[in-house]
Design a protein around this ligand. Sequence first.
Ligand SMILES: *Cc1c(COP(=O)(O)O)cnc(C)c1O
Length: 427
Amino acid sequence: MIFENTKQFAKQLDSEDKLNKYRDEFIFPKVNDKKVIYFTGNSLGLQPKRTRAYVDEVMDDWANLAVQGHFYAEKPWWDYHERLVKPLGKIMGAIPSEITVMNTLTVNLHLMMVSFYRPTKKRYKIICEEKAFPSDQYMFQSQVNFHGYNADDALVEIKRRDGEHNIRTEDVLAKIKEVGDELALVLIGGVNYYTGQVFDMKTITAAGHEAGAIVGWDLAHAAGNVKLELHDWNIDFASWCSYKYMNSGPGNASGCFVHEKHHNNPDLPRFAGWWGHNKERRFKMEQLFDPAPGAEGWQISNIPILSLAPYLASLEMFDEIGMEAIMEKRDKITSYLEYILHEIDKEVKGGFEIITPTNPNERGCQLSVFLHGQGRSLFDYLMKNGVITDWREPNVIRFAPAPLYCSFEDMYNFGQILKSGIKEVSE
Ligand SMILES: *Cc1c(COP(=O)(O)O)cnc(C)c1O
């Protein structure tokens, strides 16, 4: 499609956009009395208006029913989490029994590693990406230390080539081959949080299995953003947070995937709790743990219902729209933003470089821009003028035009603000 950098053209794209009406379903913060242009849906999604009613419902049930809410609320609490599993299955490409909702992301990855990182004297290495999200790096280090290994030896990072911003699939595959029968686990972020690069999860998973390893994915930046077929790709386990593209609210509950092939394996160790116990007999208070079949068997505690209510509200919106429509708009609005960035760069010599892959198959809804020029002062200018982005050291601004609530007109307006910003900070 041939784009134009005009307000009229942007408005035309909005009028053709089937998702445009959902913009009204979200609450935007305001700067100078105007809705902000929100580029940080990859960090914390906006609040959907419908969420409050879901939370109020739980508050009312608690007020009116107290402990009886566990069984007699309209949405009973004891199995409330199961309502999330079906819509999540569609987003993640999983059968419902492979999914559960619990805890938070890093906690779930630790729990998954308890079951799936079983190092032996020979096979104990973990392959991960260079500069993984810090929480993941701390998790890896603490896990290998916990098992008595040295991180320098047990953690193998896949590096970027000199002068390149993204990791090549061929380099991941070569590293998997090289580590070979010392490889216990491959665990990578499906979408890199810094560059927005989408990894070829299917190919990498197959290669990890070929080497005899377990393969898991951290899907923090992938869930609700990119196409996922966790079941068909034969992924062993995955986990993701819900507060980024899935708009469930700050620090909210995480989702967890365990492939069906592991459901009936009694040899898998796990950290257990009563909410993972055989559902029919959970309240018999039996002494011996009998795991529920499926991902639910990894549950530990009773469910934080007040956290799940906003997640349910958001998933119902995703279900209404469908991932296909979301991804279609994502590609168009991300390409339009890319075009606007290049146009502004031509007009005012912004000196920025987009480090996210240009191929739409290798990116989702994020463009990371490396600023060779103004840097931090430009970021401050954008924030002051109602463009919410985030800053990552040393000199990167990430822009995520979340398709559920960002408009094409936002992209045009952003370009104009960016242009005046570049002029102002370079004066
Ligand atoms: C956002 C993010 C996290 C956050 O972890 P929490 O446990 O939810 O705080 C972890 N890993 C990646 C890759 C992320 O992008």
